[in-house]
Design a protein. Structure first.
Length: 405
């Protein structure tokens, strides 16, 4: 979305202070890992440098060495990693079998080289995919310095890959629907994040894109079956899904809970009905808001749907928020002088949510939902009353207020 003119940034040094304050905790996380580094090991965390990247490298290595029977067998997978690196904190390979096509090239290299390539290439890809969305006056490289991006670098996850594909999908949707569909098929690397991608295609009647997405998805399933065995798919669908559920509902304080941004996780220790009710309310609110914004431009929808996905999905982590985090930064900086003070605060909180969640879980879904409301209000130009109240309620409570004596 090319900018027509340079944006008016917040006055210095306030603009840099906001950015640094939002990302500071992420920098400390990286420095903490470097401080405890012993070879490849992080002794305090009982992990390797790059943390979750070990899953990518392990999956590719198991495929290359013909040991895929270990891939979705949690105990066998952990035992294999322990045999190479010593006892480690719990890790599991939760990605569908066709993700191995991405993992295998990195397993061709020693672990530290593979980690450097994964981080560097992923960062370049995400910054390149973000370029059409960045207004004049902001560098595309700032896309790599958002709170979610820094967490993704720290934890070595898929945030740049999925985020880059997400941005590419929406950039192509209007003018090249077949290419957009091809990208949507690749986004099945994390299929649970794709609900609003599918709904966007259906709403816009992008049948060519839907056909291309289905073709890519079925092709990847078929090719992965031929390459790695079709028995991996039912195992992934059953065993891995059950394991992910146990991970999300585990009792006690687990470190990974501090990285999960859903209302369900934030309220997991309350009565059994509380997290379910809260997740339903947040998800329903997000779906309603997306529906109100359904006719926004595809570039705006890229950020709206990314934020809504973070609210709808109970199993989501802060490193998955690279796109929605970037969207809040662009809106906050791009429309600074048109925003009210409270809107600036809300957008900053939403921008910082991937790291604020590590201080208090519940702040993330609240900040993201409030940020989504401001985001859609700015994109649509509607009032908050028009946006938040269904037409019948608005006519009753706003257009026809109760008379006072």
């Amino acid at each position: 979305m090319p900018a027509e003119r340079p944006i008016l940034l917040p006055p210095r040094p306030w603009n840099w202070f906001m950015w640094v304050a939002a990302t500071l905790l992420g920098v400390f996380l990286i420095l903490s890992d470097l401080r405890q580094l012993d070879g490849l090991h992080l002794p305090e965390a009982r992990l390797l440098i790059g943390r979750d990247f070990l899953n990518v490298w392990s999956g590719g290595t198991l495929a290359l060495t013909g040991q895929l029977e270990r891939l979705y067998d949690f105990q066998a997978y952990m035992d294999w990693q322990a045999g190479l690196f010593g006892p480690l904190e719990m890790l599991n390979y939760s990605y569908p079998p066709h993700s191995l096509f991405l993992a295998i090239p990195f397993a061709l290299f020693p672990y530290p080289v593979a980690l450097a390539l994964w981080t560097g290439l992923g960062a370049i890809f995400f910054a390149w995919a973000a370029r059409p969305y960045i207004p004049a006056g902001l560098s595309p490289w700032l896309a790599l310095l958002t709170p979610a991006a820094i967490v993704n670098i720290w934890v070595g996850h898929y945030g740049f890959v999925i985020g880059g594909l997400w941005l590419l999908f929406f950039a192509q949707l209007r003018h090249a629907p077949v290419r957009a569909g091809l990208v949507a098929g690749l986004l099945t690397l994390k299929p649970h994040l794709g609900l609003l991608i599918a709904l966007t295609l259906v709403h816009r009647r992008a049948f060519r894109a839907i056909g291309a997405a289905l073709a890519v998805t079925l092709g990847l399933i078929g090719l992965s079956g031929l390459a790695f065995g079709f028995d991996l798919w039912p195992t992934w669908l059953t065993d891995t899904s059950a394991l992910q559920t146990r991970i999300m509902t585990a009792e006690g304080e687990k470190f990974y809970f501090f990285m999960m941004t859903s209302a369900y996780v934030a309220l997991r220790e309350g009565p059994y009905w509380l997290p379910l009710t809260a997740q339903t309310l947040f998800a329903g609110s997000a779906l309603y808001l997306v529906w109100r914004a359904r006719d926004c431009s595809v570039h705006q929808l890229a950020f709206i749907t990314a934020t809504a996905t973070a609210l709808i999905t109970p199993y989501i982590f802060n490193y998955d928020l690279t796109v929605c985090c970037l969207g809040f930064a662009i809106l906050l900086y791009g429309q600074w002088h048109a925003l009210h003070r409270n809107e600036r605060i809300i957008l900053w909180m939403a921008f910082a949510a991937p790291l604020l969640v590590m201080a208090w879980n519940l702040i993330a879904p609240i900040a993201l939902l409030a940020g989504l409301v401001v985001q859609i209000r700015c994109y649509t130009g509607t009032s908050y009353a028009d946006l938040l109240l269904p037409a019948p309620l608005k006519r009753r409570w706003i257009d026809n207020p109760v008379p006072t004596s």
